[in-house]
Design a protein around this ligand. Structure first.
Ligand code: 6PG
Length: 244
């Protein structure tokens, strides 16, 4: 391990679970952080991500009922520009998993308004909605190293004066809104959700040159918490024989 890599890993909290217990394990970690936040304030802001990895966690949350839904302000880190019922919609993903059994009256879910086809206006309006500092931010990762809809070498990675922007993504649906690196940098806690060996390979690559987030946006999460399964951890060279 190079010095640069070990420096970064000291700062990154890497938590590893067996694949079959990963969703509960990730939930325990995140829910405990939510309760920590709630011990000092009335409501906790939580940014959701899209993707299959998050879906497993959301299904666990729906079946276990462990999330204090009425004390959480839910936001999205990115959205595909499709209607709210569309199978590619991150909002639909949350509604059909996490919120499928919920009728909590105090529950606040802030969807990105992608029905507005003026995506610039839609991103400005979500900027006004997002708290200045998110308490807890969840991010999945694509096998190209993207997080939210921040794709490798995308213009959004250079949007230093914005918190939400519209982008043309690298995979369909192409039109999307996404948070910018500033939101990730300002968030109180960031959890990267990654399972499987392919994701592990990307993390191994990320650790070789930690500062270059433009070519591999997942590097924006180095120094935060990585919630991995054993396969991802092994492939990333982070598995030390001690898993949960
Ligand atoms: C999106 C996501 C995206 C996702 C990753 C991981 O809307 O596409 O927010 O960043 O989290 O692509 O997806 P998987 O978990 O399905 O691999």
């Amino acid at each position: 391990m190079s010095d640069k890599r070990s420096d970064q890993m000291i700062k990154t909290r890497v938590l590893i679970a067996r694949a079959d217990t990963w969703a509960k394990f990730a939930s325990d970690e995140i829910v405990s952080s939510i309760h920590n936040v709630l011990s000092g304030q009335e409501r906790c802001s939580l940014v959701l991500t899209g993707g299959k990895t998050a879906e497993a966690l959301y299904n666990y949350w729906a079946s276990s009922g462990v999330l204090p839904l009425d004390r959480i302000r839910f936001f999205f880190g990115d959205e595909r520009c499709v209607p709210p019922w569309h199978p590619d919609s991150n909002y639909a993903l949350a509604m059909t998993t996490l919120f499928a059994n919920s009728n909590s009256p105090g529950c606040e879910v802030n969807r990105m308004d992608v029905d507005n086809t003026d995506y610039e206006a839609a991103s400005r309006s979500y900027e006004r909605l997002l708290p200045a500092r998110i308490d807890i931010l969840l991010l999945g990762m694509g096998t190209d190293g993207h997080v939210a809809s921040l794709f490798p070498n995308g213009e959004a990675l250079q949007s230093f004066d914005r918190t939400v922007v519209s982008v043309r993504g690298a995979k369909p649906p192409f039109d999307r809104l996404t948070i910018t690196p500033a939101v990730i940098a300002n968030a109180g806690l960031v959890f990267l959700l990654a399972t499987g060996s392919q994701k592990g390979e990307v993390l191994a690559e990320a650790l070789k040159s930690p500062a270059d987030y433009v070519s591999l946006p997942v590097r924006l999460t180095i120094g935060r918490t990585w919630l991995l399964d054993d396969e991802a951890a092994m492939q990333a060279g982070l598995y030390k024989g001690c898993i949960n």
